[in-house]
Design a protein around this ligand. Sequence first.
Ligand code: ATP
Ligand code: MG
Length: 389
Amino acid sequence: MNTTHTLTKILGIIGGGQLGMMLTEAAKQMPEHITGVIVLDPNENCPAAQVGAKQILGNFNDKNSIVELSLQSDLITYEIESGDTEVLQSIKEDITINPSPKTLGIIQDKYVQKKFLRENGIPVTDFITISSIDELKQRIDSFGYPALLKQRRDAYDGRGNFRIENLAHITEGYSKFVGRDIMLEKYVDFHCEISVIAARNTEGEIAAYPAVENIHEENILRMTIAPARINKQVSEEADQIAKRVMGAFHGAGVFGIEMFVTKDEKVLVNEIAPRVHNSGHHTLQSSTTSQFEQHLRAILGLKLGKTDLLHRTVMCNILGPKDLNGKCKSVNIIQDDHVYVKWYQKKEIKPMRKMGHFNVVDVNDNMDIQHLISKANEINNSITFNMNQ
Ligand code: ATP
Ligand code: MG
């Protein structure tokens, strides 16, 4: 640990992908508070390292690497939620970790997370834990079809979810999860998916950005529309729920709170990411304080920044095309006023891999949301990649 108790700090981040990269860039804008960033990441020359973070090459769950990170840092945060909570607990006496390993532990298990939310009065869909196929057969009737079987841990991009359509589908679904803890969830026939990026600082101050709308393709986020196309009452409801979530979890930092808006305009929380979130990338241009700066302010105990949306913005992920694999140098994208491209400098392109994103910003406040969406789609459809021969 850096033992000079000055006001400036060395920040350690578990994970050095695109989120770590944008956190590093935000940290560089705050030299009066953060003098250096070190990331732990298994991929050599990871995105964060390419923008000036020092890198410890190692796995996210490798105890020695995490201890090494803690020795070189003054505080630790993460950009992935799969950190080993036991290892983090064991070093937390020596260094501040935010959000806390306890919060991370609750969130890592989808069942424990939903139970925690329900116990704290946060609206969620019905769910139960499942320990045998007989139990699944018995209980599914009360949920109706379709229902979702979910892997409780280590799931991402929808890969741990199976949609059970009918009775005959149960055995196939159950067999996908042999040896894993699972839960059953009532299907939400939603009108749209939204998220709220919210922050809580170490002093307990809470702030939330306006709700945004998320469009997925094969369970991967394709587009975020800021603000969400929902009425004022629904967006206020989402804001209130997000603030209650932040109050329930005592951790500090930015959290991405994913929600459903049902057809009868109720808001239900789907799940929470205890970190900066893909659906918050629009804040780089749409807001005074980006989610990355906000996260740093939160964990440093600084007053939180402003969260109002200054300009309508549509964020589009640049995803690897379905038939493209290999080494990639750069991207060709239409250069246009008010289009801001962020390329993550990943060397390898893979189908549906997040290679970068761009924001289409209504800087002059004279475009409607539909126009921004069309413009984003047009740009996205014309993207090509320069591959290494
Ligand atoms: P990610 O890493 O993309 O956030 P994940 O693997 O953690 O995803 P979830 O967020 O639980 O999984 O689910 C992925 C998607 O599946 C959701 O964004 C939503 O579209 C759909 N989904 C999840 N739960 C439900 C549900 N109960 N009813 C209807 N759709 C659901
Ligand atoms: Mg999700």
